[in-house]
Design a protein around this ligand. Sequence first.
Ligand code: 5GP
Length: 201
Amino acid sequence: MLILSSPSGAGKTTVSRMLLEADAEIGLSVSVTTRPMRKGEIDGKDYIFVDRAEFERRVDEGEFLEWAEVFGNLYGTPKAQIKAGLKEGHDFLFDIDWQGTQQLYQRMETDVVRVFLLPPSIEALEQRLRSRATDSDEVIAARMARARAEISHWDGYDYVVVNDDIDACFETVRGILETERLSRARQTGLIDFVRDLTRES
Ligand code: 5GP
């Protein structure tokens, strides 16, 4: 379970997309949210969009691996799909915030790798947020305050990558994924493999 978190504007969505395209072994965990759908988003692909009553019903039924309120909307990771996929040996990419990261880590410690992306500077982040849309200074200021709040959680992650070049950042995250896959504890089937290697004929 590879978790990628960052303040918005630090390139998390782009790095996620590049990773999913480059690596057939990893799939995206599609979250459930009460946030209204944005233009261009597809229900079931970007998020599963539900209303608050439906979200709360799913919480009561224990359907989430983790869930959190992020800036006034509810977001959660559905349990069934992830558990089944992991059992079959698939890897999952999670684009979730620090609260969800803490919960996932508490539940599935050894299965989780946590990566936090940082912008190269606060000016660069502001520029990226400004170039996205023609928002008012007030909206930008609110986004910057959120970004600063998110950045303050950097120390709850295993890896921190500064994104000053998107291609280099992607290669670094890909390297982390590949290295973590090689960790002894994650290589299922290794015992039988080594037993075969050391068997005297
Ligand atoms: P957005 O609404 O911009 O797509 O996402 C807002 C924030 O919610 C991002 O920081 C994103 O990582 C986080 N988020 C998205 N899905 C989940 C989820 O299932 N659980 C948690 N805890 N956070 C999520």
